[in-house]
Design a protein around this ligand. Structure first.
Ligand code: PMP
Length: 433
């Protein structure tokens, strides 16, 4: 029933239908784009929406009396409604546009965090986190004299070591910030368990932040059912443009937070000696926003609904993920990271290869038209815990197919055989920036 998703959407992604000509044999090769965890491709509908915005209604939002501004404002605000509906927010006022997940997490750390975290308070994150969910908390902890604690990796399961969470939690725990899905290990974290442990063992006013960067684009996410206080996500990983993402937060919490940036739009009244501030979301959207990008993201969400919605994408990708993982785990000399075959995983497989450095592998795969990523994927602590400095990563979206997986496996085997002869030793101390 879901097998037709890539076929049905094929025409919408002209970028995927191209030949890459940098092969050593001089033959152009079909592009296999397996790097959607870094950024997804954008359908024609989204690209058109952005150019149509500039061609027909370009103007500044919220402040214009003229028709262009009214039209731009209504589209910009409609995008907020689409996000609110997508994640089942209680109110549209709970959606704050940011430049991406990184800014959303930084916003919480530097407003809620600065106001509420005191010396000796504890912040819990995990060893799996993307740097964007580590560094903002390090900066806050350093400024406030707070303590940052990590839920470790369980090397046996490739998942969070959930047994350790109750030992880390205490009345001193003021913030827990954990990812929903790992961009390396592909594990889907048990948010229910994290929330119930945190609410029962943490401080009575503990706040839970979910880095939903790798879940919102791929599965239904219901913020009310999850029971967290904030989520952060990026539009560019879900068919939208770069430069736009969002923070969802409970309305009363958002309105209790000090502002983030000062400027136009975020105020109520400005006097020479003081200002009062607007309520959320305007409170956190100082200055001219990324209007075309927000409208593009709104279109991306509409597109996702039109092709069958998140439930359909989730089911399609689940099958594709299992297929990719199984096939990769059968390739000699390849070690897949994360939970074992058969476990519930997202459509991401990070891996290391015997005697072949991930960067060399990705360079040679690139020549064959295969786009994957090599590096630490902004997860250095996780890679240290795993004992590798780098990994290669294949990551899929609904426009990928089993046929592409088959071609990828063939090309991977050939490339490994080619590189295996003159294998380069991994340079384990050298992190790719
Ligand atoms: N968290 C996770 C799990 C991610 O995969 C990413 C993007 N790779 C981010 C956060 C940061 O997202 P962005 O760079 O779009 O702000």
């Amino acid at each position: 029933e879901n097998a037709d998703l890539a076929e049905k959407t094929k025409e919408d992604f002209p970028i995927l239908d191209q030949l890459i000509s940098q092969s050593t044999d001089g033959e152009p090769k079909p592009l296999i784009y397996f790097d959607s965890a870094a950024t997804s491709q954008k359908p024609k509908q989204v690209i058109k929406e952005i150019s149509s915005y500039y061609e027909t209604i370009n103007s500044n939002v919220h402040r214009g009396a003229h028709i262009l501004s009214q039209r731009a404002t209504s589209k910009y605000e409609a995008a907020r409604d689409s996000i609110a509906k997508l994640v089942n927010a209680n109110s549209r006022n709970e959606i704050v546009f940011t430049s991406g997940a990184t800014e959303a997490i930084n916003l919480v750390a530097s407003t809620y965090g600065r106001e509420n975290i005191k010396e000796g308070d504890e912040i819990i994150i995990s060893e799996f986190e993307h740097h964007s969910n580590i560094v903002p908390w390090q900066l806050l902890a350093e400024e406030k004299g707070a303590i940052l604690k990590y839920v470790p990796l369980d090397p046996e399961t490739g998942c969070l070591d959930m047994k350790k969470l109750p030992e880390l939690l205490s009345e001193k725990t003021k913030i827990v910030s954990i990812q929903h899905v790992s961009n390396v290990m592909a594990n889907i974290n048990p948010v229910d368990e994290i929330v119930s442990l945190t609410r029962s063992l943490g401080s009575p006013d503990v706040k839970i932040i979910l880095d939903a960067c790798q879940s919102v684009p791929h599965m239904p996410v219901d913020v009310q059912a999850l029971g967290v206080d904030f989520i952060a996500a990026s539009g560019h990983k879900m068919c939208g443009p770069t430069g736009i993402g969002f923070l969802w937060g409970k309305e009363d919490i958002l309105n209790s937070m000090p502002p983030y940036m000062g400027g136009g739009e975020m105020i109520d009244e400005v006097y020479m000696d003081r200002s009062t501030f607007a309520k959320a979301p305007a409170r956190f959207e100082a200055g001219t926003p990324a209007i075309a990008q927000a409208i593009g993201l709104g279109k991306a969400i509409e597109y996702i609904e039109e092709i069958g919605g998140m439930e359909k994408i989730y089911k399609y990708e689940k099958e594709l993920a299992a297929y990719l993982h199984k096939r990769m785990s059968e390739v000699e000399g390849v070690t897949c990271l994360g939970p074992a075959v058969g476990e519930n995983r997202a459509a991401i497989v990070a891996f290391v290869c015997d005697n072949v450095h991930p960067s060399d592998l990705s360079t040679f795969l690139d020549m064959e038209g295969v786009a994957i990523r090599a590096g630490h994927h902004c997860c250095q602590p996780l890679h240290r815990a795993l004992g590798y400095s780098h990994s290669a990563r294949a990551s899929l979206y609904f426009y990928n197919t089993k046929e592409e997986v088959d071609s990828f496996i063939d090309i991977l085997k050939e490339t490994l055989a080619f590189l295996g002869g003159g294998a380069l030793e991994g340079d384990d101390d050298d992190f790719v920036p």
